[in-house]
Write a new protein. Sequence first.
Length: 447
Amino acid sequence: MAAPEQQTLFSPSPLSQPLASRMRPRTLAEFCGQQQLVGPGRVLRSLIDADTVPSMIFWGPPGVGKTTLARIIARQTKAEFIDFSAVTSGIKEIKAVMQRAEDARAFGQKTILFVDEIHRFNRTQQDAFLPYVEKGSIVLIGATTENPSFEINAALLSRCKVFVLQALSPEELAGLLRRAVTDKRGFGMQKVDIADELIGMIARFANGDARTALNTLEMAVLNAPRGEDGVIRVDKALLEQCTSRKSLLYDKSGEEHYNLISALHKSMRNSDPDAAVYWLARMLEAGEDPLYVARRLIRFASEDVGLADPRALEQCVAAYQACHFLGMPECALALTQAVVYLSLAPRSNALYRAYEHAKKDALTMLDEPVPLVIRNAPTKLMADLHYGEGYVYAHDTEDKIAAMECLPPSLAGTRYYRPTEAGAEVRFKQKYEAVAAWRKEHMPKKG
């Protein structure tokens, strides 16, 4: 079992440590979030309680408790716990630790090796762990912010169970912050006055990262004035200075959230890239999830631009991928590129109108059967029931069009897509009208 740190005459006071270190949970009861893993009856909780933890990988964004959870396991396990950093260690250090684990195993002592940022190890370094994991000399716990499918050797990954840790919710972070204000390990020995509204602002600003939340709270408290009554009062103006976010901190589920995304949409729709970039910046700098913005841009590309510029959708999907790979602040420029592109692209809402019309008919005529001619007939019974009878393979015809009605009889001839003459959509309109003319000439006459 990991031995507690020994205090000496020259050891720093616990209160001189950063707040995030002082408030690090010591037990599962204190652990914040990840109830899908460590809640009562969950797999990981059961493994920890039974002291049967296997080699595993903790995958999740920064500040969600990967290292903390490993240390809690260290306190609750009968194994020796070795904390190992992939940033500062190489093959020499790995071999030394493995020998130490082998020696402990000879005396019946199990070793848990925790490797922070395991994705930073190259293939050779990761391979060095493999024989010891296979022999059971060590139980390996790796922590990574990167997808282990890409960053961990397949052989090593196959011997580890992957647990995915999620970003903490604003409610979970707010609870952690309130505890830090009252706990004696935090600011409980002082009188700190901070409104729930400001706690919530810090929780949203932290964007799921407990370390960021606690560091922000600490900065605000340490910079807040102490009144004559001894109370440290944190106000909104001070918090805005500490976060450099002024009034940009806003509730992502509140009215201002929807006002800003509406402003972005309408600015792009009005071909105003300057206003669009401003509203984009307002959202991102307020802590909005860039992936949310990217999803809205993808919707805009099809709803407001459509086939007038088919590349608009490609630009937005690429921006979404960039946000996923990079995160903030690096992905801000990719979103800016997409926003400016959409603002200056030709306009067509023909796809939006086509779908809304078709949706209305689909909802009011849900029982309309598929015409027999375009049904598949994989069995003899279906063929005997005339499934697919009269179907013509369009590629076999000279004009690559078959004289078939593909809509239900009650909707035959209904026109949903009405292309405009904006941008590249003029080409689609010409093709559409040519096909419509061909159908009018070649379709069987009714009656």
